[in-house]
Design a binder for this molecule. Structure first.
Ligand code: ATP
Length: 353
């Protein structure tokens, strides 16, 4: 077993097989104490299986899981869930309907004195903003309030790790943004290491220190939201995270690619591309600047109002399409030609196969 005191959670080369299905294939990632990690990926890629493995519901076919320097699982063996000190809020883990908020929150504190239970319930309810609901029953609470109680219940015994599987998915959009923000603040305040599964990339960006992008049971990239967006390691991550298009280009030298938008430069060319290679260059909507003074123009094909910005879909003179975020006072009609230029800090290129 590889012990490393710096990490609260270590998942090393984890594989999980269900008969003929390989649900997880050689997954590795680590979280430091108090960090929030998040798993993203298409449906069926294995996100829930990672959480279930850490919770002790699945036994690995290979690899190991170490929590707070203690081996939890290895090939063919896994420590029982109740011995792991994990807190869980899964989609199907509802509150106990016949218990009130106080009883739900203190359910996992059976060993504590009644004074300690009262104190912990009070501090958690204060944190989740429901101090006045201590005697309410779940059916008397909104969906968002129930989720706050569920998270307080999972945090009450101060688990070594908190596992959240799409905890906000049933909450309406209006409540959701505030709930995500508040839960992030509470998790940080409590300093509980957390691993979250979500379908919502903006939620992941808002909450997580580290984000993993998975596909078909494999971890394609584990890194900060910034790195996933600006330095995707492969075409899958480039396409899955954020919005953008891939334009064809010709590599001129170590740090320049020529595209139909002009020459794009960076400090160093990532990957193994050499002069003369054909490359695909990732262009994000924030790389394209609307500029009336630019000689390069593009036709507006579609526009979507995003509050502070419009997202324009543009056709370049060659027929290629790019996206462009423009401040929403730059309000142009579909069919209009507008001036654009590129402002690209990170050159992201892939070999054209
Ligand atoms: P979603 O986003 O739809 O919730 P997910 O990324 O969480 O999906 P998992 O639920 O982890 O995906 O499933 C990963 C793969 O393992 C899927 O192909 C799924 O069908 C399979 N799988 C999960 N549980 C079992 C099981 N008990 N028996 C057989 N196959 C399973």
């Amino acid at each position: 077993m590889n012990q490393n005191n710096n990490f609260q959670l270590e998942v090393n080369h984890l594989s999980i097989d269900y008969k003929e299905i390989t649900a997880l294939d050689d997954i590795s990632f680590k979280l430091r104490k108090g960090q929030i990690g998040c798993l993203l990926g298409p449906s069926g890629c294995g996100k829930t299986t990672v959480l279930r493995s850490i919770a002790g519901f699945e036994t690995p076919s290979a690899g190991e899981i170490i929590l707070h320097n203690q081996l939890m699982s290895k090939a063919g063996w896994s420590l029982a869930t109740e011995k792991r000190r994990v807190g869980m809020v899964f989609q199907d883990f509802a509150l106990f309907p016949h218990l009130n908020v106080f009883q739900n929150i203190t359910f996992g504190l059976r060993e504590a004195t009644s004074i300690d239970k009262q104190q912990r319930a009070n501090e958690l309810l204060e944190l989740v903003g429901l101090a006045n609901k201590i005697k309410a029953y779940p059916h008397e609470l909104s969906g968002g309030q129930q989720q706050r109680v569920a998270i307080a219940r999972a945090m009450a015994p101060r688990p070594e790790i908190l596992l959240l599987d799409e905890p906000f998915s049933d909450i309406d959009a209006e409540q959701r943004q505030k709930l995500v923000h508040d839960i992030g603040v509470i998790i940080r305040q409590e300093g509980i290491t957390t691993l979250l599964v979500t379908h919502d990339q903006l939620e992941a960006f808002a909450l997580a220190d580290q984000i993993g992008v998975m596909k078909n049971g494999r971890m394609h990239q584990w890194g900060t939201g910034f790195d996933l967006y600006h330095k995707p390691v492969d075409l899958f991550v480039a396409n899955f995270v954020g919005q953008g298009v891939l334009l064809k280009g010709t590599v001129l030298d170590k740090n320049r690619v020529e595209t139909e938008l002009g020459i794009i430069e960076d400090g160093e060319m990532p990957g193994d591309l050499v002069k003369g290679d054909q490359a695909l260059v990732l262009i994000r909507p924030d790389d394209i600047i609307h500029d009336d003074d630019s000689p390069m123009t593009a036709e507006i094909l579609e526009k979507t109002f995003r509050g502070a910005a419009f997202l324009y879909r543009l056709r370049l003179p060659t027929g290629s399409k790019v996206l462009c975020f423009a401040p929403s006072h730059h309000n142009h009609r579909i069919g209009e030609h507008i001036g654009i230029r590129h402002e690209i800090d990170h050159l992201v290129t892939f070999k054209e196969s």
